[in-house]
Design a protein around this ligand. Structure first.
Ligand code: NDP
Length: 498
């Protein structure tokens, strides 16, 4: 019996007689659950609940809010295996990564909980005697969290952990491909005991519920992760209300392989970076820029390694790569493979849908490697699938120029044993993140995460101490304990005259 979910509003699962949609396992086609296609009415109800909870939630001391986050982290830890299996079943990443998705929530909730005892402001000297000046962080109000399918627990975890500790109730609008993960996520928060209305979740079409959430007059900040075109639309709509908006929109992340790179280390990193999560990470290594001296050696090794990857049902422990997440994803990736072939890029391995037996039930694509020209679309556009584009560089400077020639700037990496070139790359690569001798993936929650260029505006960063920026504003406070009227800028002469 397929479970029929409702919407989580005001601390309760509410049934709605609305139209419903199914969520399916991309490896097997099995229907996992159904969810309501909510409309504006249900969305209004969720925002009302969040707004109603704001005053009480903002007044709860942040360390007390932190205790609830710690409790949620404990429950996530206890349920990690079950939740990890749900991530894998609904999204299609291999089970080790499914567990990792849940671990990211645990890590960030623990980190954010600790932030409840910090959340530092500043005390600043006054120009007047017997007067004190300070800054405090204030929660912006009820917020909207719009999340994609590729990290179906981790991304709701990063966004909600920061919103909650900041004092902001939220309405989560998860991807329509992974609502079950979001529902299980919300169940944990419910069990942890967050007050009614602090946590809300509404499912439905992005163009209805997502759009409506951004435009809603009572929503005071939006945190969005997804595609560039949707992100630009969200940015425009949020700008009309002059609210805070955090956007994380993907990348075309390069690994630079210099001529002195440790070859085994490089190949391990490239395989994980390019084909982990079947290439469906915003930080995936989708370009490998190789020094001409080692180009043949690297491409030969790549083909050999890619052809050894075991592609199959990701719930099985020995599988290296699962399916892509949906039929739309499959179509998009296969279209890019066709584009590469038509533009004259050289297919080195893969380049096809896998067929026969269990493959016919899911969206399986062979790990694909193309040797591409630096101007080709495969070198420039985000594919978001198991397709790696390899480019040849003349030297370090040329490799950096190629790396920086795309419209994205999220993650980047360099493999070299030359300290001087490694340090230069840390400054030369146009990206929010640079790894040295590690692939482009593997962010840790205690550091800021985000990009530049069309990856998103640089004024917000998820995770790390910067996570609070998305959901708080600075209030400046002046306390005058002189007992008389003191006038800044005007009383200066009198003061200096004694
Ligand atoms: P979208 O940008 O369409 O979706 C991301 C989220 O936004 C989903 O929850 C979606 O809801 C919602 N949404 C859709 N339309 C609107 C709207 N008008 N206003 C507000 N919210 C909206 O990404 P897709 O899932 O379709 O993936 C498309 C491409 O985006 C991928 O192929 C990839 O290139 C990129 N992507 C990047 C990610 C990243 O990590 N940066 C993650 C996922 C995708 P719904 O699911 O109901 O449409």
């Amino acid at each position: 019996m397929v479970q029929e979910y409702g919407l989580f509003i005001g601390g309760k699962w509410k049934k709605f007689e609305a139209k419903r949609f199914e969520t399916r396992n991309p490896a097997t086609g099995e229907v996992l659950a159904t969810f309501p296609l909510a409309t504006g009415d249900e969305l209004n109800g969720a925002v009302r609940a969040a707004k109603g909870a704001f005053d009480k939630w903002r007044k709860m001391p942040p360390p007390r809010r932190g205790e609830l986050l710690f409790e949620a982290a404990r429950i996530f830890r206890r349920k990690k295996e079950d939740l990890g299996r749900i991530v894998t079943s609904e999204m299609g990443k291999v089970i080790a990564e499914g567990r990792g998705d849940v671990q990211e929530v645990i890590d960030f909730y623990e980190y954010a909980a600790g932030e409840g005892r910090r959340m530092f402001g500043e005390t600043v000297p006054s120009e007047l005697p017997n007067k004190m000046c300070l800054t405090v962080r204030m929660p912006v109000g009820p917020v909207g969290l719009i999340t994609p399918w590729n990290f179906p627990m981790a991304i709701p975890g990063w966004k909600s952990g920061a919103a909650l500790i900041a004092g902001c109730p939220f309405v989560l609008k998860p991807s329509s491909l992974t609502p079950l993960c979001a529902a299980k996520f919300v169940d944990v928060l419910d069990e942890a005991g967050f007050p009614p209305g602090v946590v809300n979740m509404v499912t439905g079409n992005g163009s209805v519920v997502g759009d409506g959430l951004v435009a809603h007059p009572d929503i005071r900040a939006i945190s969005f992760t997804g595609g560039v075109e949707t992100g630009k639309h969200v940015y425009e709509s949020a700008a009309k209300k002059m609210i805070k908006v955090g956007l994380e929109l993907g990348g075309k992340n390069p690994i630079l392989a210099l001529d002195d790179a440790d070859m085994d280390l490089l190949m391990d990193g490239v395989m994980f970076g390019a084909f982990g999560t079947a290439g469906q990470r915003c930080t995936a290594a989708s370009r490998l820029i190789v020094h001409q001296k080692i180009y043949e050696q690297v491409t030969d090794a790549l083909v050999e390694r890619a052809e050894k990857l075991h592609v199959g049902n990701p719930i099985e422990e020995d599988v290296d790569m699962g399916p892509v997440a949906s039929l739309d994803q499959e179509k998009k990736v296969l279209e890019y493979i066709d584009i590469g072939k038509k533009e004259g890029d050289k297919l080195l391995t893969g380049g096809k849908k896998l067929k026969g037996g269990a493959y016919d039930k899911g969206f399986f694509i062979a790990p694909t490697v193309f040797a591409v020209d630096r101007k080709s679309r495969l070198a420039q556009e985000e594919i978001f699938g198991p397709v790696l584009s390899v480019l040849k560089a003349k030297n370090y400077e040329d490799a950096v120029a190629i790396a920086n020639s795309v419209k994205y700037g999220l993650s980047s990496s360099i493999y070299t044993n030359d300290l001087r070139r490694a340090f230069r790359a840390m400054h030369d690569l146009e990206a929010g993140i640079t790894y040295v001798n590690a692939p482009t993936i593997g962010a840790e929650v205690q550091l800021p995460f985000g990009g530049i260029k069309e990856t998103g505006p640089t004024d917000t960063r998820e995770a790390g101490p910067t996570a609070l920026e998305e959901f708080t504003y600075w209030k400046t406070i002046y306390v005058d304990y002189s007992g008389r009227l003191q006038r800044a800028q005007i009383d200066t002469e009198k003061l200096s005259g004694g």
